[in-house]
Design a protein around this ligand. Structure first.
Ligand code: HEC
Length: 118
């Protein structure tokens, strides 16, 4: 009986946690794209120019579920100190852009581009 109660509480806590990240998908992808170019790309491109070069990253580098995971666990990222300029609203825009351009999305990589109608 005790196990069931603990398991139920655990499931509820995971659900609340997940939905709080899912609720971040209400941002503006075009703004997110701009932020990504400005705040992430300098380090995360093929020939990085940022202070701590990293591997290429674009929305299509991950699946939707993987982007959710990245944002859920962002405190553990090696570059989280460089995210400090981002407001809560910026974070929503960024995740919305990455999620809607993920490799398994309907618009891989293209999401947030002006010509795409946003
Ligand atoms: C100053 C350089 C720098 C900036 C700016 C930066 N990163 Fe990073 N990032 C790194 C380094 C270095 C690593 C660890 C090495 C690697 O993974 O290539 C890393 C790792 C990561 C990882 C884990 C690896 C992976 O592919 O899952 C993710 C996700 C990530 N960064 C996302 C971002 C996002 C999103 C932004 C913008 C908000 C950002 N980074 C800004 C340097 C940076």
């Amino acid at each position: 009986m005790k196990i069931i109660v603990v398991a139920t509480i655990a499931v509820i806590m995971v659900a609340i946690h997940l939905s709080s990240v899912m609720a971040m998908l209400d941002g503006y992808p075009q703004k997110g794209r701009h932020l990504f170019m400005q705040e992430c790309r300098p380090c995360h491109m093929d020939n990085p120019i940022g202070p701590e070069p990293a591997h290429y990253l674009g929305p299509d580098a991950k699946k939707q579920a993987e982007w959710i995971e990245v944002f859920e666990n962002r405190q553990n990222l090696p570059c989280i100190d460089y995210w400090k300029n981002l407001s809560e609203e910026d974070m929503h825009d960024l995740l919305t852009y990455l999620y809607c351009g993920a490799s398994d999305s309907l618009t891989p990589e293209r999401c947030g581009k002006k010509s795409f109608g946003y």
